[in-house]
Design a binder for this molecule. Structure first.
Ligand code: ZN
Length: 137
């Protein structure tokens, strides 16, 4: 992982909403929607694929908890759950963190595709006819 100071280790304790054996969660400092939360393992690890089974359990317990808290507080209509795993995938903060992004009816004119929009040219597959539907060249 990079040598940059870890932004999660320098958080004031008041930012931590709750924690368990291997993880904690916070509200995102730059929320993309009300209730946007981050679930973070205690151990410094860059990739979701490098964590232990116990860490996954801890992370998913807090993911569920953060969802219930957001439900109660904001009553969203849906959620995106996402991990940017690697710089190529958009990870800008090196330690692994899971985004829980509440979604609200009307927050996007057309929300179809959700996380597919990480590659905008390929996101809206439903507007392109499948190859088997194209006329023969
Ligand atoms: Zn840290």
């Amino acid at each position: 992982m990079s040598d940059k100071p870890c932004p999660f280790c320098s958080l004031p304790a008041s930012r931590v909403v709750d924690e368990n054996d291997h993880a904690f969660w916070i509200r995102d400092g730059f929320p993309v929607s009300p209730g946007h939360s981050l679930i973070i393992p205690r151990r410094h690890v860059a990739s979701f694929f490098a964590i232990t089974f116990e860490e996954r359990e801890s992370l998913f317990q807090l993911l569920d908890q953060a969802k219930l808290v957001a439900d109660a507080e904001f009553e969203p209509d849906g959620y995106n759950v996402g991990i940017n795993d690697g710089a190529t995938a958009g990870q800008t903060v090196p330690p692994l963190h899971i985004h829980l992004i509440p979604r609200y009816q009307g927050d996007q004119a057309d929300p179809r595709g959700g996380v597919r929009w990480v590659i905008p040219d390929k996101a809206d597959y439903w507007i392109r006819p499948p190859p088997w539907a194209l006329p023969d060249a």
